[in-house]
Design a protein around this ligand. Structure first.
Ligand SMILES: NC(=O)c1ccc[n+]([C@@H]2O[C@H](COP(=O)([O-])OP(=O)(O)OC[C@H]3O[C@@H](n4cnc5c(N)ncnc54)[C@H](O)[C@@H]3O)[C@@H](O)[C@H]2O)c1
Ligand SMILES: O=c1ccn([C@@H]2O[C@H](COP(=O)(O)OP(=O)(O)O[C@H]3O[C@H](CO)[C@@H](O)[C@H](O)[C@H]3O)[C@@H](O)[C@H]2O)c(=O)[nH]1
Length: 329
């Protein structure tokens, strides 16, 4: 059987495609290359360049391939951009997901893994935050994803489709074998920005907000290494294929690190004391998000292998060097 990976030319979907191929699966990647790269798709996967909201194209993909599961990564993912352009997020992340689900139901695809986000929690009253708290996203990005979670629950109640929703916390690092990493043309994620500053590819780093109600005033996040996250998807796929029921799980390590702490680790690992400018808050940022991560361990048997920020930063540094040389070369 074949897995359809939407967004498989992107950061996390690309690592998923690699991992699926590593375990002998057939992989079809559907990606419009809006933020992804054809070169990031492993050659053994079939890349179809197109939009996952294009129902005629998706129907054709289901007709041409024996797809038993969809891993749906494709989305717009930048929180501040969702604040300035919410309709783009509701179209790409929400409305098009509805079309994809309709095609899946029509084609009888019964297994669906969805990339959700810690942003569905908004500003949780307590951290770590567990899956069963009331959901109150504070930005359009989080709302655009939460609506897909709701659609999935309704579709699963009405049809034979079962799902695993994985709510990722902050994803970072790269394939330990060095085959792939985060390649987005315009970096916005903290670790990637910090690593670029350390390598002199940008002029220092701005810290967005130092007056949050956190120990050092900067935002706290739970950084999860990308192949550990992908392992949770492989386990989710096995769970669904074994007939397991629909499930929603946080994906994080259950440990919060502040922006200033992350910056210190990047400076230490790189050995470069790059410029850090303390700035005002960025729109849409919650103060703290740390995963209550018991369920993914208990229900899926997940055990992380790379829960170490220095190792994650080392991976990000070595990927960024490679990416830079590739561009220069
Ligand atoms: N990176 C994180 O820290 C993080 C955290 C939580 C959740 N997520 C979720 O994980 C998923 C993957 O994120 P990523 O970091 O790999 O981002 P990314 O931008 O690297 O990958 C997204 C991919 O989707 C493709 N895409 C976007 N819209 C499309 C469309 N309409 N049709 C076809 N392809 C389309 C892009 O070209 C890109 O290759 C997203 O759903 C995101 O919301 C990411
Ligand atoms: O140059 C920078 C970049 C980021 N930050 C801060 O670093 C923290 C983390 O920001 P970022 O790496 O952009 O991630 P988030 O905004 O937390 O969002 C990520 O993590 C969410 C889950 O927690 C996911 O839903 C999103 O898709 C993903 O982009 C935030 O406090 C930012 O304000 C800075 O201070 N300077």
């Amino acid at each position: 059987m074949t897995v359809l990976v939407t967004g498989g030319a992107g950061y996390i979907g690309g690592h998923m495609a690699l991992a699926l191929l590593d375990q002998g699966e057939e992989v079809v990647v559907l990606d419009n290359l809006s933020t992804g790269f054809a070169w990031a798709v492993p050659p053994a996967a079939k890349l179809i360049v197109g939009d996952f909201g294009d129902s005629a194209l998706v129907d054709q993909i289901f007709a041409d391939h024996r797809i038993d599961a969809i891993a749906h990564f494709a989305a717009k993912i930048v929180v501040p951009e969702s604040v300035s352009d919410p309709l783009a997020y509701y179209l790409n992340n929400t409305a098009k997901a509805r079309n994809l689900l309709e095609c899946a139901v029509k084609a009888g695809v019964k297994q669906f893994i969805f990339s959700s986000t810690a942003a569905v929690y908004g500003e949780p009253a307590e951290n770590p935050v567990f899956e069963n708290v009331a959901l109150a996203p504070i930005n359009p990005y989080g709302r655009s994803k939460l609506m897909v979670e709701w659609m999935l629950a309704d579709v699963a109640a009405a049809h034979q489709l079962r799902y695993v929703v994985l709510r990722y916390f902050n994803v970072a690092g790269a394939d330990p074998a060095g085959r792939l990493g985060q390649s987005s043309p315009v970096a916005t994620h903290l670790i990637k920005v910090a690593v670029q500053a350390a390598l002199g590819h940008r002029d220092g780093l701005d810290v967005f907000g130092t007056d949050y109600p956190t120990p050092d005033g900067s935002c706290v996040r739970d950084y999860i290494q990308v192949t550990d996250l992908v392992d949770a998807h492989l386990l989710a796929l096995a769970h669904l294929r074994a007939g397991g029921g629909s499930l929603t799980c946080n994906c994080g390590y259950g440990r919060g690190l502040s922006v200033l702490e992350v910056v210190e680790v990047v400076k230490k690992v790189s050995g470069v004391d790059f410029e850090v400018r303390l700035k005002g808050r960025r729109p849409g940022d919650p103060a703290s998000l740390v995963a209550g991560a018991d369920r993914v361990r208990q229900e899926l048997g997940w055990t992380p292998k790379h829960d170490n920020l220095a190792e994650i930063v080392e991976q990000a540094l070595s990927w960024e060097r490679r990416l830079h040389n590739r561009k220069a070369g």
